[in-house]
Design a binder for this molecule. Structure first.
Ligand code: BG6
Length: 491
């Protein structure tokens, strides 16, 4: 098929390899954006009365690479948002730093923190860029971590206060809100796997933390409804569609354990107000004490339903039944030095295995766009809600001393956007796509050498000059054509 496409005054000659009758482009309201998170890009860690965060403390105390400066978005936001808009993007996903906004345990509001985000949001609006705001992307105030962090029920109340301040302050300007970024990774890595702060290995704590974070989510959604805040509210989940090695009954059982572990405890709660019963049974069987669950909390959870789901997609999980050995959870945060060391075994539940036919990054992430197609259709069927791909990207080592010709990223993004377009053709209600990340930034525990950006930053350059990569120019064409220039194939 050969098409002419007009947008923003330019003609484009496009070829599609796509199957007959597939949509050539997504609709005009589709959000084409990119994403960041406060700790990973802002820097200015102790400026303008910002309180210390749990990540500040944890990385400083352990002498690890930190985000003290990172991409210095705090001082470069104007330029970064202008570049994003010039790159054809109409949406910017970023998070608000809780310790920048709420100074202390008494809930004191830091005007300077709010003013910074007003400047960021106003800049977005000036460039016709939709601000897509995450309330919490893992940087907890240290004064709350000192009181037990997500293990303490009071953190839910503190979060509600923070959310209320933000809703009130930015309402009218922000139309898309999400309560949390990836409850799974912040809780599992912090309390079970131990590679994120506070670095614990404790299944009971993990369950309590998971419960509190989803309760805090529900409390914020209910407040959003009560106060009749303008706009839509959702949650962002690290979506890991689950596949099985075969369809034997024991494999299907293992897949259900894996789906509960990876996805359902977040998505079922957010979309349906339900905690999976069989997950609670399985936790009890493992000896987890669930007496911390209170009826009044469950009422909050049952009533809170999101308007949309934000799904971050990096990869799927390929599952086989559990065979033997202790629970083993190893995440490769060292890249090529540790390639192939990642391991996930949940004793009695399931094992995650590698697909010998797939390609894996240096950090052991499988590149599997079909998982996104499958996952979107499954989520559509299960929840029936509008969906946004709130993160998708590939982490690479890159030499940023010259122009970065990141053809691998272009190919990765092409294939994943293709998967989204195929899913839309087959009935998935997907309304936006955010590349991770807007520019190079700090990757948790992997440092700055694991790069995802559409724009390169040389972290050794004191000026932190921004230089578009080839993928930035390519993504502009995608956004300008609403996806019509994506090379299509079906699965
Ligand atoms: C998501 C997070 O899990 O994946 C981001 O929301 C993160 O904050 C991104 O940076 C990529 O993961 P990583 O570990 O490679 O930085």
């Amino acid at each position: 098929m050969v098409h002419f496409w007009t947008r923003k005054g330019s003609f484009r000659f496009l070829k599609s390899l796509y199957k007959e009758n597939g949509n050539m482009a997504l609709n005009d309201h589709f959000l084409w954006g990119s994403a960041t998170a406060s700790y990973q890009c802002e820097g200015a860690w102790d400026l303008d009365e910002k309180a210390e965060s749990n990540w500040d403390r944890y990385l400083h105390v352990n002498g690890l690479e930190n985000g003290d400066v990172a991409s210095d978005f705090y001082h470069h936001y104007e330029e970064d948002i202008r570049m994003l808009a010039e790159g054809g993007q109409n949406a910017f996903r970023f998070s608000l730093s809780w310790p920048r906004i709420i100074s202390d345990i008494n809930g004191t509001v830091n005007r300077k923190g709010l003013d910074f985000y007003h400047r960021v949001i106003d800049t977005c609006l000036r460039y016709n860029v939709e601000p897509f705001v995450t309330l919490y992307h893992w940087d907890l105030p240290q004064y709350l971590e000192d009181e037990g962090g997500w293990l303490n029920r009071k953190t839910c109340d503190a979060y509600l206060h923070f959310a209320e301040v933000c809703f009130k302050e930015f309402s009218g300007k922000v139309k898309y809100w999400t309560t949390f970024n990836e409850p799974r990774w912040t809780i599992f890595n912090g309390y079970l796997i131990g590679n994120y702060c506070p670095g614990h290995h404790n299944a009971q704590e993990t369950t309590v933390g998971a419960y509190h974070i989803m309760l805090a989510h529900a409390m914020a959604v209910n407040l959003f409804r009560e106060k009749q805040i303008e706009g839509k509210i959702g949650i962002v989940h690290s979506y890991t569609p689950v596949d099985g090695v075969d369809d034997r009954p024991e494999t299907l059982k293992a897949m259900r354990y894996a789906d509960n572990y990876c996805n359902n405890w977040v998505l079922d709660v957010a979309a349906k107000g339900e905690i999976p019963e069989d997950l609670l049974d399985a936790l009890s069987e493992k000896g987890i004490d669930l007496s911390f669950m209170k009826e009044e909390d469950l009422q909050q959870i049952r009533k809170a339903r999101v308007d949309f789901l934000g799904l971050n997609y990096y990869s799927r999980a390929l599952i086989k039944p559990y065979t033997e050995g202790e629970t083993t959870l190893i995440i490769n945060n060292k890249g090529k030095a540790a390639k192939g060391t990642s391991k996930t075994i949940l004793k009695g539940w399931f094992e995650q295995i590698k697909d010998p036919n797939s390609e894996y990054t240096e950090w052991d992430t499988e590149i599997y766009p079909k998982g996104l197609y499958d996952g979107l259709l499954r989520a559509q069927e299960r929840y029936g809600l509008p969906m946004y791909i709130t993160e998708n990207g590939v982490g690479m080592y890159e030499d940023v001393s010259g122009y970065v010709e990141d053809d691998y990223r272009i190919s990765f993004m092409n294939d994943h956007i293709n998967a989204i377009m195929n899913a839309v053709d087959d009935g998935a209600d997907v309304r936006g796509y955010f590349a991770w990340s807007t520019f190079d930034l700090y990757s948790w525990k992997n440092g700055c050498e694991k790069r995802y950006g559409l724009v390169a930053i040389d972290f050794n350059d004191p000026k932190l000059e921004r230089r578009p990569k080839k993928s930035y120019q390519w993504y502009k064409k995608v956004a300008d054509s609403n996806g019509a220039c994506i090379v299509r194939k079906s699965y």
